[in-house]
Design a protein around this ligand. Structure first.
Ligand SMILES: *Cc1c(COP(=O)(O)O)cnc(C)c1O
Length: 400
């Protein structure tokens, strides 16, 4: 390496890459395009036969009895909160280390999110800390499978049994993950997924809830269609025109166009996860000796779906400095997440929460490296080179 290549791009040196490598992106193949075009040429472009077909395929993929599709992962979360019977005055315990939609869905129904701390290693909700926050108003626990690593599901299901709570697992990042030999989607009372393009499979925008409870599945379907008891296609098939609205629902339907894409993508889920696992394994092997860098932990009895590859920048090296330097090198590194309760809206509404020490430390140190299905070997090499280059520089500067 010449001196020029070793000096950081942010200081005027040569960047590792010319084109920014995103932290995640979709993979669309020719068959996906054909499937969507077929849907467009068919009789149904909104709720048609492909919705049920996709729901059947999804339920089978995760080993659950029912899957109900929604227009987004956020709509799926909102519907799960409704189906659980959570409303004004109720509380639900969740993690602050997540995308804000996890907690927002409780606010939509008039409930209050109570933030627990996360485990120091996997960064998923700490069951002991959550247990300490249960009150007579607690109706649910909403753990998140952070980065694709399943939360402590058995512990939460035990708490649920003891305190008559509902477990709504936000598995937006964990489609295809396994927990103690069971697939994520078949363990909690309700499990929610997202099909946003950065997730494992996409429908454009979209989401789903899986459950083994037929009563919950019925309430989820009701909520997705304005609270109306029958769908338009059902009525057409039955020659019926009357309908009844029995609850306040929304239009949260996923279209046949989206489901056509989802149906085409789903068979490639395993290959996508295998690719992510291989990337994670290379990072683990090649970044282990990089100074001031802490790699993610995976419990022995789970398989992560590796939605993210979250590393931690060890103080006194400043995470934001490292992010800026890596961006300049051409890596689309990102921060997942700023804690939910630190967002201005939450600050104004609930005041400072704070004191979730593991989450607070992680929130300052976390940085996500690129990981996605279509990453090439040279993309992975670039990540390893740039991370080593930047952290070696900062460690040397601080004489670490
Ligand atoms: C992506 C994501 C969501 C929201 O999903 P959308 O489909 O974008 O609405 C919710 N929770 C978590 C943890 C996510 O990663």
């Amino acid at each position: 390496m010449t001196g020029d290549q070793q000096s950081l791009a942010i200081n005027g040196g040569v960047p590792v890459r010319d084109r920014l490598l995103p932290y995640g992106r979709q993979t669309i193949v020719e068959e996906d395009i054909t499937a969507v075009v077929e849907a467009l040429r068919s009789d149904w472009i909104t709720t048609g036969p492909r919705v049920e077909e996709f729901e059947g395929a999804l339920a089978e993929a995760v080993g659950a009895s029912h899957a109900v599709c929604f227009s987004s992962g956020t709509a799926a979360l909102h519907a799960a909160v409704f189906a659980a019977g959570i409303g004004t005055g109720d509380e639900a315990i969740t993690t602050p280390l997540t995308f804000c939609a996890t907690a927002n869905c409780l606010l939509y129904q008039g409930a209050t999110p109570v933030f627990g701390d996360v485990l120091e290693d996997t960064l998923t909700l700490d069951p002991k800390d959550a247990a300490d926050r249960i009150t007579s108003r607690t109706k649910a626990i909403v753990p998140v499978d952070y980065a694709g690593h399943p939360a402590e599901l058995d512990a939460f299901m035990e708490l649920a049994e003891r305190h008559r709570l509902v477990i709504i697992e936000d598995a937006a990042q964990a489609l295809g993950a396994t927990y103690r030999k069971r697939r994520v989607g078949a363990v909690s009372h309700m499990t929610t997924f997202s099909f946003h393009p950065v997730k494992h499979i996409t429908t454009g925008e979209g989401g789903a809830v899986t459950t083994n409870d037929s009563g919950l599945a019925e309430r989820l379907r009701l909520f997705r269609n304005h609270g109306i008891t029958t769908g338009a296609r059902e009525r057409q098939n039955a020659g019926e025109w009357r309908y009844q609205m029995v609850a306040l629902g929304y239009n949260y339907r996923l279209s046949d166009i989206g489901c056509a894409l989802g149906l085409s993508q789903l068979p490639r889920l395993e290959a996508n996860i295998a690719c992510r696992q291989a990337i994670a394994a290379r990072y683990a092997a090649e970044l282990a000796d990089v100074p001031c860098l802490r790699l993610p932990t995976v419990e022995t009895d789970v398989e992560s779906a590796w939605h993210l590859y979250p590393v931690r920048i060890v103080p006194p090296i400043d995470r934001d400095d490292v992010c800026r330097a890596l961006r300049a090198e051409g890596l689309g590194v990102n921060v997942h997440y700023s804690l939910v309760y630190d967002h201005p809206y939450y600050q104004e509404r609930f005041g400072g929460v704070g004191a979730r020490w593991n989450a607070e430390a992680a929130g300052r140190q976390l940085m996500s490296l690129p990981i996605f299905g279509g990453m090439s070997t040279s993309d992975i090499d670039d990540v390893v080179t740039a991370v080593r280059k930047v952290l070696t520089y900062f460690a040397l500067q601080k004489s670490l």
